[in-house]
Design a protein around this ligand. Sequence first.
Ligand code: CMC
Length: 423
Amino acid sequence: MAKSVHIRSGSAEYELPITDGTIRATDLRQIPTDDGPLATYDPGFVNTAACRSAITFIDGDAGVLEYRGYPIEQLAETSSYLEVAYLLLKGELPTPAQLAQWENDVNHHRLVHENAKDIISKSRYDSHPMAKLMSSVASLHAFYPGSRNISDPEEREVNVIRLLAKMPTLAAFAYRHSLGRNYIYPSDELNFIENFLAMLFKRQERHYKADERLVRAIDVLFILHADHEQNCSTNAVRAVASAGNDPYTSAVAGIAALFGPLHGGANEAVLKMLAEIGSVDRVPEFIEGVKAGRAKLMGFGHRVYKNYDPRARIIKKSAEEVFEVTGVNPRLKIAQELERIALGEEYFVSRKLYPNVDFYSGLIYEALSFPPAMFTVMFAVPRTSGWMAQWQEGVLDPEQKIMRPRQIYTGHRGRTWVPVQDR
Ligand code: CMC
């Protein structure tokens, strides 16, 4: 295997060492060009490592995903979301005593300041719940100004826990606000997921008890969404954190990035697409439109996975379990037909486009009676554990610097200003 790269430029030859399958981009600067020292051009960071990370491993060709070395299939089968959040943040699975303490710590911080709640209440009733989530999370550092002291380990720890704990509360408030329903406060009698479902769906009953199969399905969905290495929103979190920002301010960048339809907003876009297709017999026509470049098959394709997304496989199974409780989502048949046809078509095969995590998750959320606008919120709540693990890793990494990419300047130079009447 190559240990170094040799670059010939004119009569000079440069040797750049290879470490961990990469060359240091700054090593290229010793090579002069007509436009200055050599740099790399990589829009979308398609082939650029921006950090070292020990949190999540993906082998996109083999369809492998591991958190801290544990395969996602094992975690989804046996763990709880809070246990996985502990694993992501601390690097090891908790002992029973550590897990009990961790659950206690997180559950203790689920309440939000009434004024943070008011930020949601003062929004338009029909504003997107992601907008409400973003603005309320953005406000949190104002309630916890100590969070700005990111060099203090205690401040780091408590504010990460606070954010993990308050995300479901803010998400549930954003949902209920859009329905004009009263807010349900966290309950000590319920665990993290049961409590989240109660804050979302409780009506007049004295004790809300979600079906255990639904509690488990949400737990699994949360595990699958918890982290995914250097995706768009995690990169946004790390970029904002690199300027020395607190967990809340950094997480807002993640929520904003996740909102995009090419990222976490894809689950909402999938449901819109299925609604537009309308019936199974119109699937072939839609696929023809995708092949002709008139539409994208939302929920398909991935920057890293060039094989079946392992999360999509697990979600498909969860969907069947949820539909046992809720009844089958009628759009499932359209999704299955899309998958069946796409996986046999040259267009998708040659581009290695397979269903991703968002293809089936929206069907589950719809069956649970969430409106599509809530789907990305349901992604943001668990992804917070990954964002915070990555935030913490970035803050503690001595190699990390403020993120500041280069550009290739394509504009004018040295023009002379002209008074407005002479233009
Ligand atoms: N439908 C149709 N064609 C597609 C799709 C799709 N969903 N995805 C990629 N392609 C085509 C694309 O047009 C290109 O074709 P060509 O080589 O002829 O120009 C080729 O496949 C390579 O795609 P790309 O856009 O260069 O790939 P990328 O790595 O830049 O984009 C992606 C990855 C996820 C943004 C893209 O596949 C996509 O837009 N998918 C639909 C949105 C989606 O489901 N997003 C969720 C991603 S997973 C969860 C998450 O990260 O939040």
